[in-house]
Design a protein around this ligand. Sequence first.
Ligand SMILES: Nc1ncnc2c1ncn2[C@@H]1O[C@H](COP(=O)(O)OP(=O)(O)O)[C@@H](O)[C@H]1O
Ligand SMILES: [Mg+2]
Length: 272
Amino acid sequence: MSSKDIDRYLDFYYRVTGKERREVDKDLFETIEEVFDVATVKAILDLVRRGMLYELKGVVSAGKEARVYWGVDKEGRDLAVKIYLTTSAEFRKGILKYIRGDPRFEGKVPSSFRKLIMLWARKEFRNYKLMYETGVSVPKPIAQHENILIMEFIGERGRRAPLLKEVVLSEDAYYELFKGLLLDVRKMYLRAGLVHSDLSEYNVMIWRGRHYIIDVSQSVKRTHPNAMDFLKRDLRNIHRYFRDELGLEVPSVEVMFKYVIGHEEMFSNPIN
Ligand SMILES: Nc1ncnc2c1ncn2[C@@H]1O[C@H](COP(=O)(O)OP(=O)(O)O)[C@@H](O)[C@H]1O
Ligand SMILES: [Mg+2]
């Protein structure tokens, strides 16, 4: 984007938000300028105009496929704004295997990369919604527009909560967490009909004594041809972390698997 474009968008931004022109607001566009194309900036402004977003404050995470920003809405509520990058070719190859075979996207693999990314963002939003509605502990999804997903911010005043990988808990707390996580994987499978497919200590946040499962763009319906492999991989990751890294005694992957798919009441905590 050229600086002339930026100026045009800034004018628009001040008009729709009714804000005073301030140097700090330039930050919004300075970070955006490097990473995003014009269409993404427009999409951000659509969200501003619709009143879903008021400010983008700072980068929380800069991944290869998406950036997560701390945003704020008109009421001053913190938001997590995940913006998918529309520029990575690796990304395209990577995501096709999750979209093909998902009945929700049957016959709808778009040829344009931007469209594919939009589909990906929509898929993550729908997965979050399904999980949230079936009682899985995930951030509350708020809105999705083009390649942008807005959700509840886990953390405080722009400081994200730590990941499971980053916390140190008591042994009892870890056991509770293990049970809670597995119960959520089970709810995901039995109630939402979904398999996370990238579950690990890097995609669980811990905040105020509670866990939040995140990063669900690649989650698939349990009817996806590879769903069972993805589920076993998820369970192996959890098992590896709790047993090998934390040294806790946890049930075998086979027992975890049976519990998740509803064949065994491992914790006498039945759900259906
Ligand atoms: N709702 C949220 N609230 C606060 N931080 C978040 C939220 N969602 C994601 N993050 C932060 O952004 C990082 C990347 O998000 P994630 O959805 O895992 O995308 P990626 O595909 O880049 O791993 C997470 O590791 C976490 O630190
Ligand atoms: Mg992640």
